[in-house]
Ligand binder design. Structure first.
Ligand code: MLT
Length: 306
């Protein structure tokens, strides 16, 4: 029997791959004429679609690295794994808020330099430690307001978890689903506009896909609505934030910090930017969950057409 050939374009967790019966599926990176492509963040936009292709599956939530419309026109469905990595992203957002509130990222650099300086000891070291305590004094979360833009699987988890830290939480999503509305804590106040959310939030966190309507969503006019000293967290996609506007607001002191999981060179070198290499979904658990969900959808479709 001819096996179904599945080409993997990124490392996919073996916990998912081992669900594919090797008597039925051939899986590998260098497969020709694949029936299916299984990927994580590889960019498919510039890749010619093989005529043998029946389906694409992404072990992740976003599909902006895949030409979904072009594939749909060819009758090739795209599967993704919404929710499968939501807990991992939620935990990193909470860590990002604390990093920004307590200036931990820069304080750790400062301390590393102190320790590395072999000439510093005794009273000199104590003096520098005291200076660090002043320079990196932070703020606490209870009583502050977090605005969550996008109330899908991740946004809902972040909103609910933030409440346990004493934050007042506002949520905005013009197209909130029944499932999300059901899961969202009733204490989260849903507001009618992104402008209202921005003007009332000390910190905002973005959980929207990158589509035409969300590109540059956080622009100069909107940053200006945020209170002095606020924090922007972006674990969605780089394009959702107009980075030049955010960098300008950091320079002027209007924003306290920008936590960005999609660093560009300009952002990564700015002293008030906490830049991460797209780590939101990078935990063993999330990688396993996404791989299992993607593989199961793909094999169901290839074997049973659903
Ligand atoms: C996602 O869209 O869920 C993430 O980009 C997944 C990943 O990091 O691979």
């Amino acid at each position: 029997m001819t096996k179904f050939a599945i080409q993997t374009l990124n490392a996919i967790s073996p916990v998912g791959l081992q669900r594919l019966d090797r008597d039925v599926f051939d899986v590998g990176t260098d497969i020709r004429r694949p029936r299916a492509i299984l990927l994580r963040s590889a960019d498919l936009h510039s890749v010619e679609v093989p005529s043998s292709l029946y389906a694409v599956a992404r072990a992740g939530a976003g599909t902006n690295n895949i030409p979904v419309d072009r594939l749909a026109a060819l009758g090739v469905p795209v599967f993704n794994t919404p929710g499968a990595n939501a807990n991992a992203v939620k935990e990193l957002v909470i860590a990002g808020m604390l990093l920004a509130a307590r200036n931990l990222y820069h304080a750790a650099d400062y301390t590393r330099d102190l320790v590395a300086d072999k000439h510093l000891s005794g009273a000199d070291l104590d003096k520098q430690v005291e200076a660090g305590k002043k320079q990196f004094a932070g703020f606490e979360l209870p009583g502050k307001t977090l605005g969550v833009i996008g109330l899908g699987a991740i946004g809902v988890l972040v909103a609910n978890a933030a409440q346990s830290l004493g934050l007042k939480v506002l949520g905005y999503d013009p197209a909130v689903t029944v499932k999300s509305a059901w899961q969202l804590s009733p204490q989260v106040e849903q507001v009618a506009s992104v402008e209202e959310l921005l003007s009332r939030s000390d910190m905002i966190t973005l959980h929207v896909p990158l589509v035409e309507g969300t590109r540059g969503l956080i622009n100069a006019q909107r940053v200006a609505l945020m209170p002095e000293g606020s924090v922007v967290l972006n674990f969605a996609r780089g394009g959702v934030v107009d980075e030049a506007a955010v960098l300008e607001a950091l320079d002027s002191g209007h924003l306290h910090a920008y936590v960005n999981d999609f660093p560009s060179e300009a952002g990564a070198i700015h002293p008030k930017v906490i830049a991460l290499p797209h780590l939101g979904a990078s935990t063993g658990e999330a990688e396993d969950n996404c791989a299992v969900m993607a593989v199961d959808q793909l094999s169901d479709y290839l074997l049973h057409g659903n």
